[in-house]
Design a protein around this ligand. Structure first.
Ligand code: NAP
Ligand code: HSE
Length: 486
């Protein structure tokens, strides 16, 4: 009998040494990185200085002896330093990033607020000063979605990126699906280090929208500020979401999506909203604090990645490759100036060609229609942003068949007269297939009661599910549901 001999794989761990580095933040993420460095290198000698707020507070991972500071100004980040930032929020992270990059250094961050708000500026600073700006850990923790998008050649032509991008909300929805209580599940997500310092960012969709915006930049070259952004989080009634999803034969998930605005070739939309993922589907299989992302490309098919989307160790493992990346400074995504055309879908391109053959007027009218569509969609999305982007301005309550929007009296809508506001809201909600709206003012607050019929609700659910490519199963579900409601 013959046997095949395979060459033995060299499975010895790689011990590539790390550059001397400065660590800004030593909480869940920074502490886990310090721990990984000690385990991998046998010491924390590579860590020259650590910034924390309160060195006296008890911590699972002890700070390096005599090398901590509490004033960001004392961190040695100039002169080509390598800095890992795990502080969170805009300041002092932004000032540190600017100082580091202006000195030609490397700035590596897990902070999606920083990347979504200031990524373009920091990328530009890195280019100008021949520094390096890396942010793999800012989206999806251990899930390598930033790397995937950065390494995709433009010829692949990304059409859409969607994913579960927030570990905490997924953990909560998963726990509710198993019958856990909201308060307990949230406390556990915080104890495990998944939640943001302000967990409101996890559950109202802001965290996922920041991540979607970063992916929009990488996939389409559009600056986060130029995206049309809207979001619906899992509040105010996540338990209701879990029950509704169970009735539809699935589980609730918070889905983020970036894609060109429907019917428009000019603008990119980033959105976050809850949806139902049917049991047995890959989306439903994302459990606890897991993340998953799907990248639809024209020429490369559908690429998917998944992995732990939150937690100290998971995030620290995403920081290490950025630290060890010895390649030349990455050129980073090319920016398209806001509004530059995204290549149309291949089918659409063919349709244009056929129509264009007929006459110049036909081409002009198609272009005019596209411009108008783009303008309309942009305007609608912008309005949605007014309602949904600033929680201080409004509150949304969702009930099975009624959606109530409270607008505070100081909501700035040009021409506040009742009829105008009602028109705007009805048009905005049109897209969500909600049928009727009633507008009232009481106690100095504008209030809009939106009533959805059973059919409208069914349509709404169908739209969400089709997003997950579950249409055939869903249609069966819907037929049952509709006849039940008569
Ligand atoms: P964290 O546990 O709250 O840690 C924050 C660290 O920064 C702490 O060490 C804190 O000091 C220090 N710090 C904050 N503000 C400071 C200031 N003004 N001056 C000095 N030190 C300051 O937060 P985290 O969970 O590690 O998250 C850090 C970043 O990683 C955030 O941007 C977060 O969004 C991102 N991220 C987190 C996860 C996750 O699963 N946790 C995953 C991916 C990305 P003290 O130690 O003294 O409090
Ligand atoms: N709070 C974030 C989440 C951490 O739960 O996804 C990872 O970015």
């Amino acid at each position: 009998m013959t046997t095949t001999q395979w060459a033995a794989l060299d499975t010895r761990p790689r011990q590539a040494s790390l550059p001397p580095l400065v660590l800004a933040g030593c909480g869940t993420v920074g502490g886990a990185l310090l721990d990984l460095i000690r385990a991998g290198q046998g010491s924390d000698d590579a860590v020259r200085s650590v910034l924390v707020r309160d060195p006296e507070r008890p911590r699972a991972i002890p700070l390096p002896r005599g090398r901590h500071v509490t004033d960001p100004g004392d961190l040695p980040v100039e002169g080509g330093a390598t800095v890992v930032e795990a502080l969170g929020g805009e300041e002092p992270a932004l000032s540190l990033a600017r100082r580091t990059l202006r000195g030609g250094g490397t700035f590596i961050t897990a902070n999606k607020v920083l990347v979504a708000e200031h990524g373009i500026e920091l990328q530009t600073l890195a280019r100008v000063h021949r520094g390096r700006f890396a942010f793999e850990a800012s989206v999806g923790a251990a899930m390598p979605i930033v790397r995937l998008l950065r390494d995709l050649p433009p010829e692949a032509e990304v059409r859409q990126v969607e994913g579960i991008l927030n570990g905490t909300s997924n953990y909560l929805l998963d726990a509710l699906g198993r019958g856990a209580r909201w308060e307990e599940a949230l406390a556990e997500a915080q104890r495990l280090g998944f939640a943001e310092a302000d967990p409101g960012r996890d559950i109202d969709g802001r965290d996922a929208l920041d991540k979607a915006s970063i992916l929009g930049w990488l996939a389409f070259g559009v600056a986060p500020a130029d995206l049309l952004r809207w979001r619906i989080g899992i509040l105010p009634d996540p338990e209701l979401l879990a029950r509704e999803a169970r009735r539809a034969g699935g589980v609730p998930r918070l889905l983020a999506r970036v894609r060109p605005v429907e019917g428009a070739t000019l603008r990119i939309e980033a959105s976050v909203h809850p949806c139902v993922a049917l049991s047995g589907s890959e989306w439903a299989g994302v459990r606890e604090a897991g993340n998953r992302a799907e990248v639809r490309t024209e020429r490369g098919g559908v690429l998917s990645v998944s992995g732990p989307g939150a937690g100290g160790d998971a995030t620290a493992t995403a920081l290490l490759p950025d630290l060890r990346d010895l390649r030349a400074p990455h050129p980073g995504p090319e920016l398209r100036p806001g509004g530059a055309p995204i290549p149309p879908e291949r089918g659409a391109e063919n349709r244009h060609r056929i129509e264009n053959r007929d006459s110049i007027e036909a081409r002009d009218s198609i272009e005019a229609r596209h411009r108008a569509e783009a303008r309309d969609s942009a305007e609608a999305a912008h309005r949605r942003e007014i309602w949904q982007h600033d929680p201080a301005r409004h509150r949304t309550e969702t009930r099975p068949s009624t959606e109530i929007w409270h607008l505070s009296a100081d909501t700035r809508i040009p021409g506040l007269p009742q009829v105008e506001v009602r028109d705007r809201i009805e048009r905005v909600l049109d897209r969500a297939q909600i049928e009727r709206g009633r507008f009232e003012r009481s106690d100095g607050r504008w209030r809009v009661r939106i009533e959805t019929s059973a059919t409208a609700r069914v349509v709404l659910i169908r739209e969400r599910l089709s997003a997950l490519d579950l249409r055939p199963v869903l249609l069966r579900e819907l037929k049952g549901g509709m006849s039940e409601r008569g």
